[in-house]
Design a protein around this ligand. Structure first.
Ligand SMILES: [Zn+2]
Length: 261
């Protein structure tokens, strides 16, 4: 195991404001710090969780917030909801816009609404000069086209990247950052070629807590401390040390989200 004093990691994608943590949120945040996770980016999925992410970021120095409406939530969203997201995006603890994007796996009924919201989020990211945090499930081509058409120039994070080497290369050439989480540790998944296709200065690690717990916790509630397991696997796939991987991905997270060192 690694001692927490020799490295620092950033969990770039965690939904720690959801009710799964209502009983022990403080302990979860402390466990992350003890595991060497110096910062957590709390990702909003609708107005309520975006406001909760900001509230956590106001309370804890090491937590930052993003605000947005997840593609799985857009069919329930009202016009006033996006107006509220735009209003709170100016908060000083907000470091990104999202989670937005396209999900053609769970909800194909709302494709036009999803694309419309995705475009609005990218425009908001551009006007606030913040990166956009993108969810892509079974929608690779559409996600890349919309990002390209909308000129998402202030930074793009493709979170929980699930494309192949070709898509990774295209996304990296466009300057996008690619986030990897617990899936890389699953026994039946091999992402080595994809991860090696990405320039190391565009690589991020994340948990997507409370979802996608890494091996050996698969199926259980995830938490930011477990980004360590993902970091270990990614370091091994890149054939670099854990400390090097930590240093590279933490620097990348600070760059794309403009976090203080
Ligand atoms: Zn997420």
């Amino acid at each position: 195991m690694h001692t927490a004093t020799h490295y620092d990691l950033i969990d770039t994608h965690a939904h720690i404001m959801v009710s799964e943590y209502d009983e022990d949120r403080e302990a979860v945040i402390n466990r992350a710090l003890e595991a060497g996770v110096s910062s957590i980016v709390a990702i909003g999925m609708n107005v309520e969780t975006s406001l909760a992410a900001i509230a956590l970021a106001e309370k804890y120095n090491n937590i930052y917030a993003t605000v947005g409406i997840h593609p799985g939530e857009v069919s329930d969203a009202k016009d006033a909801d996006f107006e509220e997201i735009s209003r709170i995006a100016d908060h000083p603890r907000v470091v990104g816009i999202g989670e937005t994007g396209l999900d053609f796996h769970w909800d194909t009924s709302a494709v036009d609404t999803q694309i419309d919201f995705f475009r609005q989020h990218i425009r908001l990211a551009r006007s606030t000069d913040l990166p956009v945090v993108v969810h892509d499930r079974d929608a690779h081509d559409a996600v890349l086209s919309v990002l390209n058409e909308e000129d998402a120039s202030a930074g793009v994070v493709l979170h929980c990247f699930s494309g192949d080497e070709v898509m990774a290369t295209v996304a990296a050439r466009a300057g996008y950052y690619l986030g990897f989480g617990g899936i890389v540790t699953f026994k039946n998944v091999s992402l080595g070629n994809v991860i090696n296709a990405i320039p190391s200065d565009q690589l991020l690690i994340e948990t997507d807590s409370p979802y996608l717990s890494p091996h050996p916790f698969r199926g259980r509630r995830n938490e930011p401390a477990r980004v360590v397991h993902t970091a270990e696997t990614v370091a091994r796939l890149l054939n670099i040390t854990f400390e090097e991987l930590a240093q590279i991905t933490t620097q990348n997270a600070r760059t794309v989200f403009n976090l203080p060192a």
